[in-house]
Design a protein around this ligand. Sequence first.
Ligand SMILES: Nc1ncnc2c1ncn2[C@@H]1O[C@H](COP(=O)(O)OP(=O)(O)OP(=O)(O)O)[C@@H](O)[C@H]1O
Ligand SMILES: [Mg+2]
Length: 220
Amino acid sequence: MITAEKIFKSFGTCTVLNGINLAIGAGSTIGLAGPSGSGKSTLLRCIQGLESPDSGRISREGYPGFMFQDFQLFPHMTVWDNILYAPRVRKLFPRAYLEAKADRLLRHLAIGQCKDRYPTNLSGGQKQRVALARTLILGPDILLCDEPTSGLDVAATGDVVALLKSIQNEETTIVVASHNLDFLVQISNRIILLKNGSIGADIVPQELEDPIVHLRGLCD
Ligand SMILES: Nc1ncnc2c1ncn2[C@@H]1O[C@H](COP(=O)(O)OP(=O)(O)OP(=O)(O)O)[C@@H](O)[C@H]1O
Ligand SMILES: [Mg+2]
């Protein structure tokens, strides 16, 4: 469960979030759409606590995990060590369990062949998927993903769709910011469109005949 009440956030003279109210039930997958600069990343960062709203209140229940738009992989670690670093440091799970889970994530995301490589030797799409695996290894109750498919081709996007669907359950709340409306429609129970600092639309894609056309019309 995530609630945001009257969230305001400005950078200098630019008001990015202009009184956002939001209630997200546990177990739902919310797509955040909106033009570039509309505040999707800022809202996700406020939910995670990486950024503080100027005013308003955010509350969330459960352990959150964040997948960054610019990956933020450790350059001096292999893919395998990037994925296992945080749970190893925090001694969260037994080693065999972690390694089996890391293997499964690598396989699901079709990046098993990249296991021993360093981030500089990965494509943008491969880095994207390592960043997602690194977040998922911690088993977050709330998964916040910023543009998890940017730079991915159709097949790799399909892998991300399948993986997100495989972790959808009654306890896990997922919020995904993306420009890819087709992707958002495939994974979301609800899509929120940010526009000029406010919620411009809040739709259930399954209830609309053509949600993509509907959202595109509202984006223009
Ligand atoms: N730390 C910051 N300092 C100054 N301005 C910022 C900062 N973070 C974001 N902004 C500005 O806030 C606005 C919203 O940015 P944000 O990254 O949230 O948009 P977005 O919807 O995620 O865009 P995109 O689709 O391009 O990722 C932009 O005008 C951006 O330049
Ligand atoms: Mg962004």
